[in-house]
Every structure is written in structure tokens, then in C-alpha cells.
Design a protein around this ligand. Structure first.
Ligand SMILES: CSC[C@H]1O[C@H](OP(=O)(O)O)[C@H](O)[C@@H]1O
Length: 386
């Protein structure tokens, strides 16, 4: 392929960048808050949003100011801690947080962990302050666990890439954003890409722009640039031609929910990549922490897929405080005639038979089967308990 696509040349490799302040708990004099990097403003601006109550955090989740399955779980847990610390109705807060977005099971999981910690403390006679502290401690534990899971998955994922693609440096295609912006650590699939880069085995990262909210163009390219990766952006509809040209060695994506049979719900546009990978005999690898596995949802058909406003498809909205790109708020630039109806599912489902391997911190499953999922769940409970 013509060398004009040889990857964004960043010249001298910059030193590893400081960690992104993606989400943190703070206790200023006026009371505890959850502070998050507003992802709707990236890459143009690095702006923090301070959430002083649960409705503000719910809005941040719904507008994707904070997003990405593992980080949604962490945000949900801190949201319960925030409600408890500020004397709000904790049960009502937990319901509002868990229902803010339906597909990423991590959100409900994180809310549940903090809520259970709060209830357990209360049941043991803890004061409201002590119960609030218990919820915060659990949120912090989940935050740390996710960072550790990210590092484990990065190592396991790179070992798998080296096993599947011996002897070379890898050309990886990824979809949406799965880096530090979705994680307590360096991410899921993107953490594997980072590990390959640091090991000198990333030849190129192909970055799907990921319509309509452009998580790839806005966020993955931002993380790739700040880490000095050789990356090339492409429109989603250009991916097929890359496979046809033999330019993709592996596909690495994240997940929002892995069901009991191994079906993978992930950003819309993932399923077509899995079909392309199958047709072109390219490994299709899903990287997700065990908190993304949901054994209670039997299969992909039972997975609730979030449908978002059609205006995200029919309009472009320049990043403004609290507005999701394309939400049709004042000032949106029409990309279609006004009144155009748009189909806008935020996720699709990839059946397990199209997944080469599922990489988690509890182990790698390949092929992806119901039994393999059950084994991961059993192992992750052991990991959690230990
Ligand atoms: C590995 S979690 C990242 C996951 O979340 C994204 O969805 P969204 O940006 O709507 O939160 C997408 O599905 C990514 O794969």
C-alpha cells in the first residue's frame, strides 16, 4: 500500500505521557465530588467536569462525558459513594446510575458493588458516615482491580498476538476507544496495542473513526498520539478495503457485555469487522475484564442494545459543555435533511463463533464457548475473593 498510509509519523518518540486524569474522587471544603475528564470535549480540549451530585453524574454518563464499559462501572460505584457521602437517597441514586445506560453490564456491576458495601455496613450497625466510607472503599477497590486487570490483559493479549502472528510486528485494526479513557488503567484492547508498541512489535494501528460519535477519531487517535504510536485513521467504511489489501494482521476490540454463550455486545460496527476478519482469516480478538461478563444474560438476542438519538447521525454538534456530539442541541450542523429519521443503535452483537479469542484478566478463552465463559466466571470469582 502506498507509503502515504505508513502511519502518522510522530517523529522522535516522546517519553511515556503522564496518566490521564480520567476520573477521580475529591473532597474539597464544600463537600465530596467526582471529577471526570469530559470526553465530549476531546481531543480539542482537556476539560474536567465536577459532579457534586448523582444527577450530574448520570447526565455525564448519558452524554458520554464519561464512557466505556469498565470506567462506567467505576463511575457508578463512585456515584453510590457520592450519594452516601452527601446524604442523598442511596437506593434511588443506585437505580438512577444503573439505568443511565443499559448495555455495558459493568455499570450495573459497579453500582451493585458499592451499594452492597453500603448495605452491609449499615446492616452491621455502621453510622451513615461509616457506611459512606464503606461504599467509597469499595469504589476505590474496583478502581484498583480494573487497573490491575488492564495490566494483566495487556500482557496476555500481547502473548496471544505473538502466538497467532509469529515473527513479525503487527498491524492491528481497532474500533471505537478502549484505552485509558475507558479504564482504571491503560484500557482493554488498547492496552494490548500499547504493550505491543512498547515491545517494538506494533507496525501500525489502524483506527476506525467509529461513527456517529467518533470515539476512534476523537479518542483513540488522541491516546495513540499522546503515546507515540504509529497510527492511521480511517473511515469505518474503508475497513473492508484494508482487509482486501492484506493490511490487517489482527482486529482488537473491547466489549460492553459478554453473555453466557460468549456473544459480544460492543460498539456498533464491531460485528461487520468480525465477519470481515472471518472471511479474510484474520484473528478477531476481544479484550475485556471479567466485570464485562454477564452469565445472567443467556445470549446476544437477550442483550439490551442502547438506541441513541437519531440526531447523533443526522447532525454534527461541535463539542460544547455537556452536549453529546450530534445530539441536535442548538447549533447542530445538518448532515441530512431536517426531519430525517435515523437508525442509531450504539452497539451490535458478535456471535461467539466469529471471535477468535476472549482475553480477560482471569484467562484467555479460545474458542469462545459456554463452558469457557463458565470457567472464566468461576476463576474471576476466585480472583475477586483472593
Ligand atoms: C472496553 S469498554 C469500551 C467500549 O465502550 C464503548 O462504548 P461507548 O463509547 O458508547 O461507551 C465501545 O463499545 C467500546 O468498545
Amino acid at each position: 500500500m502506498a507509503d502515504q498510509y505508513a502511519g502518522t509519523d510522530l517523529g522522535e518518540q516522546p517519553p511515556a505521557p503522564p496518566p490521564l486524569p480520567v476520573l477521580r474522587w475529591a473532597e474539597p471544603p464544600e463537600g465530596p465530588v467526582v471529577v471526570l475528564l469530559d470526553q465530549t470535549r476531546l481531543p480539542a480540549e482537556e476539560v474536567e467536569t465536577v459532579c457534586t451530585d448523582v444527577p450530574a453524574l448520570v447526565r455525564a454518563i448519558q452524554t458520554l462525558a464519561v464512557r466505556g464499559a469498565p470506567l462506567l462501572g467505576i463511575a457508578g460505584a463512585y456515584g453510590v459513594a457520592l450519594a452516601a457521602a452527601r446524604g442523598f437517597d442511596v437506593d434511588a441514586a443506585a437505580t438512577q446510575l444503573a439505568e443511565a445506560r443499559p448495555t455495558a453490564v459493568n455499570l450495573a456491576h459497579g453500582v451493585r458493588r458499592a451499594l452492597d458495601a453500603h448495605r452491609a455496613a449499615t446492616d452491621k450497625g455502621a453510622t451513615p458516615e461509616e457506611a459512606a466510607t464503606a461504599a467509597l472503599t469499595e469504589a476505590r477497590r474496583l478502581h484498583t482491580e480494573d487497573a490491575e486487570a488492564s495490566a494483566t490483559m495487556a500482557t496476555a493479549g500481547l502473548a496471544l498476538l505473538d502466538e497467532l502472528l509469529p515473527g513479525g510486528s503487527h498491524r492491528v485494526l481497532t474500533h471505537c476507544n478502549t484505552g485509558a479513557l475507558v479504564s482504571g488503567g491503560e484500557g482493554t484492547a488498547f492496552a494490548v496495542v500499547l504493550a505491543a508498541h512498547r515491545a517494538g512489535r506494533l507496525r501500525r494501528l489502524w483506527v476506525d473513526e467509529t461513527r456517529p460519535l467518533m470515539q476512534g477519531a476523537r479518542l483513540t487517535a488522541y491516546e495513540a498520539a499522546r503515546n507515540g504510536l504509529p497510527y492511521t485513521l480511517l473511515t469505518d467504511n474503508a475497513a473492508g478495503s484494508l482487509f482486501a489489501a492484506g493490511e490487517v494482521d489482527a482486529v482488537l476490540v473491547g466489549a460492553d457485555r459478554v453473555t453466557a454463550d460468549g456473544s459480544v455486545a460492543n460498539k456498533i460496527g464491531t460485528y461487520p469487522l468480525a465477519v470481515l476478519a472471518k472471511y479474510h482469516h484474520v484473528p478477531f480478538i476481544v479484550v475485556a475484564p471479567a466485570t464485562t461478563i454477564d452469565p445472567r444474560t443467556p445470549d446476544g438476542a437477550a442483550t439490551e442494545i442502547e438506541h441513541r438519538p437519531g440526531s447523533e447521525v443526522t447532525q454534527f454538534t461541535a463539542p460544547t459543555p455537556g452536549a453529546t456530539a450530534g445530539t441536535g442541541t442548538a447549533g447542530g450542523t445538518p448532515l441530512a435533511p431536517l426531519g430525517t429519521q435515523a437508525y442509531n443503535p450504539a452497539f451490535d452483537v458478535t456471535p461467539p463463533e466469529l471471535v477468535t479469542a476472549l482475553v480477560t484478566e482471569a484467562g484467555v478463552v479460545s474458542p469462545v464457548t459456554r463452558g469457557g465463559i463458565e470457567e472464566l466466571c468461576a476463576r474471576s470469582r476466585q480472583v475477586t475473593i483472593s
